[in-house]
Design a protein around this ligand. Structure first.
Ligand SMILES: O=C(O)[C@@H](O)C(=O)COP(=O)(O)O
Ligand SMILES: [Zn+2]
Length: 210
């Protein structure tokens, strides 16, 4: 896909997320890799009203080269591209149920979106909870680097989810799946739901490698 088509896809998918309530106001940010760098939503922009020719462009080292000023979460996005080879897009949202979970005190930090269904295992995988840091802090990038590329998705405590994938459409679908699973987990809280077993998870990961 050429850069112009990628810009237009970013506008369309971002608008779709906004219109279905996955983001509100100017919350969230999305980036996508192109041949010579990374396209990123501008800081303080609304995902519902992006303009293709104003999208920020960074070079591979994270330097702003064109378009509006990029999201303050450059460090976070950059850390995923650098540590997970094959990452083609990064989606950060403040989607309601995932963010609600991110505020709870008793989450399993190693596996904070429990494996309720096959699809969340296939699309998202094991999600690590990262401690709260102020949005835009370089420390967030350092925490993601410390994961050494082992997780495609993380949940930022008291903030929201970040999901990566090989391309933009796949990353958006995965972010939606993470949110739907978070919703199920909130609905099922206190009811001791049956989770997929490790053997079932291993079988899925073999049959449907990410
Ligand atoms: O929560 C925040 O402030 C950021 O993580 C965010 O979601 C929006 O920031 P910008 O992308 O800089 O608008
Ligand atoms: Zn945010």
């Amino acid at each position: 896909m050429d850069e112009q088509a990628t810009r237009e896809l970013l506008v369309r998918l971002s608008r779709s997320l906004f219109e279905r309530g996955y983001s509100v106001g100017s919350a969230g940010n999305i980036s996508v890799a192109v041949d010579d760098g990374i396209l990123m939503t501008p800081t303080n922009s609304c995902l519902g009203f992006l303009e293709a020719d104003r999208i920020s462009k960074l070079d591979r080292s994270g330097r702003h080269i064109s378009g509006d000023k990029p999201s303050k979460e450059v460090f976070l996005h950059q850390a995923f591209y650098e540590t997970r080879p094959g990452t083609g897009a990064v989606v950060h949202l403040h989607s309601t149920y995932a963010t609600a979970l991110s505020c709870l005190p008793d989450l399993d930090a190693n596996d904070c979106i429990a494996p309720l269904t096959p699809y969340v295992v296939m699309r998202v995988g094991q999600v690590r909870l990262l401690p709260y840091v102020r949005p835009g802090e370089p420390a967030m990038g350092e925490m993601i680097r410390e994961l050494q590329g082992k997780h495609a998705a993380v949940l930022l405590a008291n903030h929201g989810p970040v999901v990566t994938a090989k391309d933009l459409t796949t990353a958006v679908y995965a972010a939606e799946e993470l949110e739907e699973t978070a919703k199920l987990l909130v609905l099922l809280r206190g009811q001791n739901p049956r989770l997929l077993t490790q053997a079932q998870i291993d079988e899925l990961n073999t049959a449907f490698p990410k």
